[in-house]
Design a protein around this ligand. Structure first.
Ligand code: ZN
Length: 282
């Protein structure tokens, strides 16, 4: 269904990407076998196919380089960035060898309490296998060519649903903690679950991050706010043909509709969560 609508939108996307080339930031989570059907997991074979296609057909950039070009109006058609959320161990075991082989740079957004092994992403049940990267592994990744580490908060909350002081601590403390662990600056942030309102964007800017990524779909242009960058979700179902469609913008209308529904849910949840904590003036 999504593919059919996307094909119908292809001429529009194709024309738009030529008239106004934008930067595409791809969003991955896990790269692992044995999780067929999980929306956030791409099989290693599929990932290898996608990276091979990207390196042959696009200019894959580091997030820093791509954003510098975006700000200077130097973005070219086919400029792409690869990102990973949550800091899964399989980013090291399954994704890294493929990234290095194809010389694809990537940014991995880690959640500091996941790296402490104090918390784990609730989507995946705890079992004998460790789910998240340790700090040693994060440091190892940070030393690899083209790999950079970004922040994905301390404990992965829905930021808009927690009090301002708590949200500020999540945003700011994670930056300090990760920077200490990798002994490098952490200029980029990623909103957990894409949950961002103007308050969170402001907190992220104030914490000193130069840019932040959301899950809002679409390409990024010179006038895209740097703390509200758009990303394009990648899945295991994406063949090179789908990847080409996504990069052309053909999937954007479908993704925009899904995103609008998700944002409406976030806004409702944030409103009901903040209600009880509002202090009475009396
Ligand atoms: Zn996440």
């Amino acid at each position: 269904m999504r593919r059919a609508v996307s094909l119908a939108c292809l001429p529009w996307g194709w024309a738009a990407s030529r008239v106004r080339p934008g930067l595409r930031i791809l969003m991955y989570h896990r790269v692992a076998p044995g999780l067929a059907g999980d929306q956030l997991t791409v099989h290693p074979d599929r990932f290898e196919q996608q990276m091979a296609w990207l390196s042959a057909n696009c200019r894959v950039r580091s997030l820093s380089d791509a954003l510098a070009d975006l700000a200077a109006g130097r973005t070219r058609r086919g400029d792409v960035v690869v990102t990973f959320d949550d800091g899964y161990l399989d980013n090291l075991t399954h994704a890294l060898p493929v990234l290095l082989y194809h010389k694809v740079p990537a940014t991995i957004f880690v959640t500091s309490a996941f790296c402490d092994q104090a918390l784990s992403h609730p989507r995946y049940p705890a079992n004998a296998e460790r789910l998240h990267l340790t700090w040693d592994e994060v440091r190892h990744l940070a030393r690899q060519p083209g790999i950079s580490i970004g922040s994905h908060t301390v404990s992965h909350p829905y930021l808009s649903r927690v009090p301002a002081a708590e949200a500020e601590a999540e945003v700011s403390n994670s930056r300090t903690l990760i920077a200490q662990q990798i002994a490098a600056d952490v200029p980029h942030f990623c909103y957990p679950s894409g949950d961002v309102t103007p308050r969170e964007a402001e907190l992220v800017a104030r914490a000193g991050y130069t840019a932040a990524v959301t899950v809002a779909p679409g390409a990024n242009h010179r006038n895209t706010p740097p703390h509200l960058l758009h990303r394009t979700e990648m899945t295991d179902a994406d063949t090179p043909f789908d990847l080409a469609l996504k990069l052309s913008g053909a999937y954007d209308p479908v993704h925009a509709l899904l995103h609008w529904r998700r944002q409406r849910k976030f806004a409702q949840a944030a409103a009901s969560n903040r209600q009880p904590s509002r202090k009475s003036p009396a």
